[in-house]
Design a protein around this ligand. Sequence first.
Ligand code: 3HC
Length: 314
Amino acid sequence: MEISLEKKFENKIAEDLKIEPQDWMPDEYRKTLVRQISQHAHSEVVGMLPEANWLTRAPSLKRKIALLAKVQDEGGHGLYLYSAAETLGVSRDSMIEDLHSGKAKYSSIFNYPSLTWADMGAIGWLVDGAAIMNQVALCRTSYGPYARAMVRICKEESFHQRQGYQIMLTLSNGSTEQKEMAQDALNRWWWPALMMFGPKDSDSPNSEQSTRWRIKRLSNDELRQKFVDATVPQALFLGLTVPDKDLYWDENSKSYRFGEINWDEFWTVVKGDGPCNKDRIQTRIKAHENGEWVREAALAYAAKQHDRSSKMVG
Ligand code: 3HC
């Protein structure tokens, strides 16, 4: 007896097989993947901005080269993810339009200002550290192109996290002013990094369905806990203080207990009223407009190549 397309899809998910672009999938599965993958791509591209601010101010050529490589990587991550989203039938232009119009989200973390060089350390260490936690789990997501994009991205993220931690190590072992700069950066980036994992599971409208479809393999709270347990010892090794008076090691659960996240701040930033939201979008729109000629030239060249090859075949 012929089984339904829905049943075939559900069997593949249950057997932990990848769903591929040509496979039948529920409209809602497609829709939530376009939502998540495109917003992930937006986060990568907007995430270039806080660090780009310090490319010309890096304290040495070596630091500048490492930061330049990281920022370029993030742009590449955005391209992989836009391409993964396009396999679901959404156009690049419509995704970019949704970002520029404010309709689409991107990670709230990138709406905070990068005020000192130590922020480059804190962003690499904490933001890319949190992204790795989330993205390693996404290597097992049920949608094939997304999972495969994650494998390459995670390899590059580990370099990003290491170069950030190395900056923090240098500053923490440096002069009093340098150590204070590192502590100030940890104070400002710690809580926004915890917010990267999203709202509490109990407040997450998408998690239940995304978990059932194995888009999400670990919940927001599980990933956040993994990040805290991995990162607090790193802060202690730096000789820095995590800015959470309620943080303590719980011997019973063998994990850290931490204070309540400021969810008002989270939703304020997510809804567009963070310190840098408007500036980030304006900068993205300007960069897109300034890049129009590059896209036109690339498309003209591709069309010419296509004509040439079809004449040769014809
Ligand atoms: N910033 C902005 N919006 C957020 C957010 C955050 N930190 N956390 C959650 N949200 C939004 C969600 O997008 C959702 O809104 P939507 O339905 O309009 O999209 C709403 O808040 C409710 O959250 P949910 O938990 O229900 O949503 P999800 O199930 O999608 O989970 C997520 C949120 C964990 C961020 C998930 O979307 C995800 O894993 N995304 C892929 C990873 C990602 O985007 N990471 C962002 C950082 S990328 C990065 O840091 C790059 C690095 O190289 C620097």
